[in-house]
Design a protein around this ligand. Structure first.
Ligand SMILES: [Cu+2]
Length: 100
């Protein structure tokens, strides 16, 4: 076993480590909320929501979320009651779907 083999094994091991940790961290939930702010330029939406136990949010709160695609924000406006799908990974929360 030379240094190239060791490097290749270390690279493969770290790849699997990241793949596994991403899987462990990933979680999602479908929730209801009310749109408080839409920021198309920043690809963000602010939603007032109830507790989301699946994602470890125990209380009602208003959260600013990143959206997967800013085009999603064209279908909603402030005051809308929406159902949204939220993913959580090591980078934080992302709204992946939203509908009235
Ligand atoms: Cu929260």
């Amino acid at each position: 076993m030379n240094i190239k083999h060791i490097t290749a094994i270390a690279a493969a091991a770290s790849f699997f480590f990241f793949a596994i940790s991403a899987t462990v961290w990933a979680a999602s939930a479908t929730e209801n909320g009310e749109v408080k702010k839409v920021d198309v330029a920043a690809s963000k939406i602010t939603i007032k929501q109830g507790p989301i136990k699946a994602l470890d949010m125990k209380d009602s709160m208003t959260m600013v979320y990143r959206v997967k695609d800013p085009a999603m924000l064209k279908s909603v406006k402030v005051g809308d009651k929406v159902q949204f799908e939220l993913d959580q990974d090591s980078n934080g929360y992302t709204v992946t779907k939203i509908k009235k």
